[in-house]
Design a protein around this ligand. Structure first.
Ligand code: NAP
Length: 293
């Protein structure tokens, strides 16, 4: 069994990005600038945004954290997004989801300029991914593809089973694995809560990508010998063994599944760090205007 070490690979990629930023500075260009908006003070969102802002600092990006009160009106939030869209100094804009229920996430995502949509959630970027045109790709599936590339994992002709069909992970993941070229050219099956005999489907997977949010759902009897298993799931559960009183569990029962795998991601330290570097990579692309003018 080999570990798909997202922590290690992400630190290598951060060094590459930091080098690129140094080059930009040397040639007199402005450094990439990410704006992150957070509405309210929900615990997990605070942590995710803090990680993103910290990562910007580590690679030499500028970042701006825009905090808005949980009671902010949709109109005021949309106006702030418009202001950032028109600010030439800011290259990328993300709005941390979920939002309070009185605000339409759909409207907010659509209001972000697709040229600054480094989360890859805007309908234009999603549509361009569908027809295989250059676009910002959602950070988590993009990070997984990068991990597959860095470990030279063969994907052509393989059966890839994706558990989960969310807009930000499952669906884009399936598209990326099915597209022409490497990594891709896989035969893809997408499973969800209505899939019949999910265990039998999983057992046919050469590559199993799990994004369900159901801790330790995938057990050893669901995994083919030699499979590649990528665990996206993160569930925080109480633990008496840790100082914090919490621990993170993936969607895969790691201890029993790992011995059967050719490659597997750990949780934490697998997909999570790759998600953050994908966001940084998208912001670098935005600053360089690689995709759009
Ligand atoms: P989501 O929007 O809740 O989607 C979950 C998907 O799993 C849905 O398609 C759902 O099916 C399916 N599902 C749930 N229970 C199932 C069951 N018992 N059998 C079959 N299918 C089932 O979740 P998400 O946003 O994609 O996130 C998934 C997990 O990844 C979460 O733990 C999240 O925290 C984690 N995550 C991690 C990162 C990272 O950076 N590591 C990034 C994003 C998300 P239906 O569509 O039929 O309801």
């Amino acid at each position: 069994m080999n570990l798909l070490d997202g922590k290690l690979i992400s630190s290598q990629i951060k060094e590459e990005i930091a080098d690129a930023v140094s080059e930009m500075k040397k040639s007199g260009k402005k450094v990439p600038h990410l704006a992150a908006m957070i509405v309210g003070t929900e615990g997990a969102s605070e942590t995710y945004v803090a990680h993103k802002v910290k990562a910007c600092g580590q690679v030499g990006f500028e970042s701006t954290l825009v905090r808005m009160d949980a009671g902010v009106s949709e109109e005021a939030l949309l106006a702030k997004i418009e202001e950032i869209n028109n600010n030439d100094d800011i290259d990328g804009l993300i709005v941390q989801l979920p939002l309070p229920s009185h605000i339409s996430e759909e409207k907010v995502v659509a209001a972000i300029s697709y040229k600054k949509d480094v989360d890859g959630f805007h309908p234009i970027n999603v549509g361009r991914l569908f027809i295989d045109q250059p676009c910002y790709v959602s950070a988590t599936p993009n990070g997984i593809v990068e991990l597959i590339k860095r470990y030279n994992i063969e994907t052509s002709g393989k059966h890839c089973v994706v558990l989960g069909r969310s807009n930000i992970v499952g669906k884009p993941m399936a598209l990326l694995m099915a597209r022409k070229g490497y990594p891709g050219d896989a035969t893809v099956t997408v499973c969800h809560s209505r899939t019949k005999d999910i265990k039998a489907v999983c057992r046919t997977a050469d590559i199993l990508i799990v994004a369900m949010g159901r801790s330790e759902f995938v057990t050893a009897d669901m995994v083919k010998e030699g499979a590649v298993v990528i665990d996206v799931g993160i569930t925080r559960v109480k633990s008496e063994k840790t100082k914090s009183g919490w621990k993170l569990l993936g969607d895969v029962k790691y201890d029993e599944v790992a011995p059967k795998c050719s490659y597997i991601t750990p949780v934490p330290g697998g997909v999570g760090p790759m998600t953050i570097v994908s966001l940084l990579n998208n912001t670098l692309k935005a600053a360089r205007k690689e995709l759009y003018d």
